[in-house]
Ligand binder design. Sequence first.
Ligand code: ADP
Ligand code: ADP
Length: 226
Amino acid sequence: MAQLLFEHIYKKYDNDTTIVKDFNLEVQDGEFIVFVGPSGCGKSTTLRMIAGLEEITDGNFYIDGQRMNDVAPKDRDIAMVFQNYALYPHMTVFENMAFGLKLRKYSKKEIEERVKHAAEILGLEEYLERKPKALSGGQRQRVALGRAIVRNAKVFLMDEPLSNLDAKLRVQMRAEISKLHHQLQTTTIYVTHDQIEAMTMASRIVVLKDGIIQQVGTPKEVYDRP
Ligand code: ADP
Ligand code: ADP
């Protein structure tokens, strides 16, 4: 769990286009924040700044009071789930989940324990020796979640993790991710352009437009207009 603080965050590219403008937000321990807004409004860019994959042009970003602007991605204690899953096709499910831990030099025993635990949570115990191409879309998405879970990271970032799934599976995985969050209570930032995902999953919703926060509130506050 972690508390996040964004102070006057700006993102500009070389050509002086400002993608994110004066982004201010305080996220409490264990919140599930959903960024919504039309395509191109800066959701992914903001997420990538949190992960350290994009530089913050101006402003301050803190995790638990520590300024993170100049901290390398691998030192951020953040786990990220992508839309395209980003699974390694030549590796098994086990190896895919273990990869980030190996990179960080965890012991074999620790890796095995963590992967087994995540597989249990996600119902993947029977699939650990399979390659991604021998899995269904939902199972692949679970492996991507597993890679995040094994890290025991303070923060989860999810960038449209369900957008490649069919409608039925999307509804199912939505419930699974909510359940997972209920279980682990990891502070989460979830990006989507799907209002229903935002309404059903968020503790608070951040509505973005043209790189500017339009509204911040609970699903009820944002969508239950009189
Ligand atoms: P969203 O996730 O809300 O769809 P993005 O954060 O991906 O939006 O993109 C916001 C805007 O930033 C878009 O207009 C996009 O074209 C622009 N953008 C993204 N990356 C770059 C880059 N490397 N250089 C210039 N503009 C970029
Ligand atoms: P880990 O499993 O520890 O996240 P990875 O090897 O998956 O490590 O990723 C290494 C770095 O590359 C991380 O900082 C991650 O955020 C980034 N990364 C991985 N996959 C993608 C992707 N599809 N798009 C953008 N960045 C990625």
